[in-house]
Design a binder for this molecule. Structure first.
Ligand code: ADP
Ligand code: MG
Length: 343
């Protein structure tokens, strides 16, 4: 007898799932990333809740869909169509690459996936149901092109994780935040969020970043934003920043994406703030929407299980260029003369 044992696959999957699926918002993030990677133009997020919390998440896309074989394989841990080997990671264009999301979600919930590949006959759809990691149903169904994933009873088999869920409204706020950030990074997709039958948020397709900001946060904020642009041979900075009078109490409204990936970076947020110099009082932070296009070889996306952090080569040049771009943009506006929009 040895004290060391190799864990059974179910336990391994539940532990791995814990890294990827922290809360309902993580489910939405992964499903949206898959829908975006599938080339969707329109994505619906339909959330149901009762007194106790979020009961059901349904994400419907009009992307490339899957064959029956693919739909089953998609739930295997480390099964992905997006990379073949580690070398592909240095030129990654997709949001997913680990092949872990569907397996992780299905390890801690009940998942129903209905999908039909583009161009296939109307009855060539597939429905797969997976519960706690086990495929419990696989059938042919009629289905529209694209994919719908329904996630129910999240964390039903992991009470420890379930206990850490916050109030329903807090979880919904996280969930909406995930959609907002991905919508800001993907103007080529129309997003719509419905909660218990009521529309909560909607963005138009291809309206540009400012149109998305207007859709999400309203015209009053959008009207006051200042466009930012900057460039290095390996970097393009684009976006909008607030006038100093529109400042906030935290860095939370500095929204950053790199190559379409919504990310969290203290360094980049600090660089945006640095561009204001002493235009902002101490402890005040701007509202900013920054899109960075960076040579993929300089971006290591394989840092964090939820992919929300990345590691950058030449980070100091990049943050320097961001700060300079913000400074230039602000300098081009007579901030003293202009007043913010009427409330
Ligand atoms: P990853 O996104 O890292 O590849 P996932 O577990 O999220 O891993 O998905 C596994 C695979 O299932 C994907 O690589 C993709 O081929 C397929 N897939 C998942 N969701 C969709 C979708 N909405 N539309 C088309 N294919 C999908
Ligand atoms: Mg994925």
């Amino acid at each position: 007898m040895t004290k060391i044992r190799v864990l059974d696959p179910d336990t391994v999957n539940q532990i791995a799932a814990g890294e990827v699926v922290e809360r309902p918002a993580s489910v939405v993030k992964e499903l949206l990333e898959n829908a975006i990677d599938a080339g969707s133009t329109s994505i619906l997020i339909d959330v149901s809740s009762d007194m106790a919390g979020i009961t059901k998440i349904r994400v419907t896309d009009d992307g490339e869909g899957m064959t029956q074989e693919e739909a089953v394989l998609a739930f295997h841990p480390h099964a992905t169509s997006k990379i073949r080997d580690i070398a592909d990671l240095s030129a990654i264009r997709t949001l997913g690459f680990r092949g872990e999301a569907l397996a992780s979600i299905a390890a801690v919930a009940e998942v129903t996936l209905v999908t039909r590949p583009r161009g296939a006959g109307a009855l060539a759809g597939t429905r797969v149901r997976v519960r706690g990691g086990e495929v419990v149903e696989k059938s042919e169904v009629g289905a529209p092109e694209g994919t719908t994933v329904v996630v129910e009873r999240l964390f039903y088999n992991t009470p420890a994780r379930r206990k850490f869920l916050k109030s329903k409204n807090t979880e919904l706020a996280h969930l909406y935040g995930v959609v907002e950030n991905l919508a800001l990074a993907h103007g080529e997709v129309a997003f719509r969020v419905v909660h218990n039958g009521k529309e909560r948020m909607a963005t138009q397709r291809s309206g540009g970043l400012l149109a998305t900001v207007t859709g999400l946060y309203g015209a009053d904020l959008a009207r006051t934003l200042i466009p930012v642009e900057g460039r290095l041979p390996f970097l393009a900075v684009r976006g909008y920043v607030s006038r100093p009078v529109e400042s906030r109490g935290s860095l939370a409204q500095v929204v950053v994406s790199i190559n379409g990936r919504s990310i969290v970076s203290r360094q980049i947020a600090a660089a945006v703030r640095a561009g204001y110099g002493n235009l902002l009082p101490k402890d005040r932070y701007p509202v900013a929407f920054i899109e960075l296009a960076i040579d993929t070889g300089l971006v290591d996306v394989n840092v964090h299980p939820t992919k929300r952090e990345v590691r950058l080569s030449r980070e100091r040049e990049i943050t320097g260029a961001i700060a300079a771009a913000v400074e230039t943009a602000l300098a081009g506006h007579d901030l003293a003369r202009e007043t913010p929009a009427e409330p």
